[in-house]
Ligand binder design. Structure first.
Ligand code: FAD
Ligand code: DHB
Length: 393
């Protein structure tokens, strides 16, 4: 058994774990990142693409935003489509000049991995049988197998950054956490396509056949989503059918979606979930390990990085001065923003998706809401400030 001592044991090398490791290293705090998948797998996992201005600023100030600022595409608005017409929400105009940046989560993860490895800091991919122990003590442990050896990491604190299906949250004894959740009767079928985006801004489309989203990853890559069943069988969706459905749902007179080779496709279920508190003893949960939002509104990645910003500040303060104030407030501070994003994502999802059991009353409410947010300055401002990310919550 190899024993290693570190200040912060970080479980999971997704955006949350990697950003936390980077922020801590910048402040002279040691950590070891333990990830159960391979580097190739983590770097290829296509997910989020919309980054709030505040998160861009966080990464830039931490020296992790160089390529993000160079290659990311700044967007100042989005479009909402319903009844066959598009309506622009001028985000920046309504939200004090703030914008969003389009930059793939895959690219951010690649940047953070490179920074970590260039700094010579430990990042263990393909760790097997990861488990966490002695969480209520001042010396919690992470155990795992790595390159054929049994490893034991002796930590001051553990950061559970291992996503929704990780092991950290389930290691908290039964009865400690309160859990809040909602399942949705639909999912998203997402594709990445080798074709220039057909619109300058994202289009969120309400359609009688279900929601569709036009997004992008770069000037040469489109990212598109279709509402589908949560257990949709991808085998029933040959490329032609996907394009035809996207043409129908996103179509407006005089405009056609440009098609190209499909590079990746996948189905994601949708759920809302929060556990409280986001802490147990010396284990702190961050990002998807503690909360999930449905993707409509693009909040998941942003929330994960807001959590680690709060946690990094609290840990730095604790290691420097011994004060536990920041750590004691960690969960409450994060949960305020988490619940705002939970509400916003639930609201956007309900406004734009078609439910199987939806009756004409629900449909009339959706259309009325869409008309309201696209005609009322107050309602559009509310959408805009939530979308670009609230400065204070
Ligand atoms: P994760 O990215 O899940 O990372 C957790 C890491 O822990 C993974 O690398 C995992 O392999 C590892 N791990 C798991 N179990 C273990 C274990 N036992 N031991 C060690 N390691 C482990 N969010 C946005 O903000 N904007 C968007 O536009 C957006 N679009 C999305 C589109 C889709 C299709 C999906 C699926 C999600 C989207 N999200 C979006 C959500 C966003 O991708 C997540 O919220 C984000 O990845 C959360 O980061 P995380 O680091 O907390 O968790
Ligand atoms: C993307 C995902 C979202 O959930 C969203 O609301 C906007 C864009 C995307 O992956 O590009």
């Amino acid at each position: 058994m190899n024993r290693t001592r570190t200040q912060v044991g970080i479980v999971g090398a997704g955006p949350a774990g990697l950003t936390l490791a980077h922020l801590l290293h910048r402040d002279g705090i040691d950590s070891v990142v333990v990830e159960d998948k391979s580097r190739e797998y983590v770097e290829a996992r296509v997910r989020a693409g919309v980054i709030e201005q505040g998160i861009v600023d966080l990464l830039t100030e931490a020296g992790a935003g160089e390529r993000l600022v160079r290659e990311g595409l700044v967007h100042h608005g989005i479009e909402l489509q319903f009844d066959g017409e598009r309506h622009r929400i001028p985000l920046s105009e309504l939200a004090g000049g703030r914008a969003i940046v389009i930059y793939g989560q895959t690219e951010l993860v690649k940047d953070l991995i490179r920074l970590r490895l260039d700094a010579g800091q430990p990042l263990h991919f393909e760790a097997a049988d990861v488990s966490v122990h002695d969480l209520e003590t001042e010396r919690p442990l992470v155990r795992y197998r790595y390159e054929g050896s049994d490893e034991e990491l002796d930590c001051d604190v553990i950061a559970g950054c291992d996503g929704f299906h990780g092991i950290c949250r389930p290691s908290i004894p039964a009865g400690v956490l309160s859990e809040f959740s909602r399942e949705y009767p639909f999912g998203w079928l997402g594709i990445l396509a080798a074709v220039a985006p057909s619109n300058d801004e994202l289009v969120y489309a309400h359609h009688e056949r279900g929601f569709a989203l036009l997004s992008l990853r770069s000037r040469e890559r489109s990212r598109l989503y279709l509402q589908c069943r949560p257990d949709e069988d991808l085998a029933k969706w040959p490329d032609d059918r996907i394009w035809e459905e996207l043409q129908t749902r996103l179509g407006i007179p005089g405009w056609r979606l440009a098609e190209g080779a499909i590079l990746e496709k996948g189905v994601t279920g949708m759920r809302s979930y929060v556990c409280e508190p986001m802490r147990y003893g010396h284990l702190f949960l961050t990002g998807d390990a503690a909360h999930i939002v449905p993707p409509t509104g693009a909040k998941g990645l942003n929330l994960a990085l807001h959590d680690v910003e709060v946690l990094a500040d609290a840990l730095v303060e604790w290691f420097r001065s011994g004060t536990t104030i920041g750590l004691d407030q960690y969960s409450d501070t994060c949960l305020r923003r988490v619940w705002r994003a939970e509400h916003f994502s639930w609201w956007m999802t309900r406004m734009l998706h078609r439910a199987d059991d939806e009756d004409s009353f629900d449909l009339k409410l959706q259309l009325s809401q869409l008309r309201y947010v696209t005609t009322s300055h107050a309602a559009a401002t509310s959408l805009a400030e939530n979308y670009v990310g609230l400065e204070t919550v």
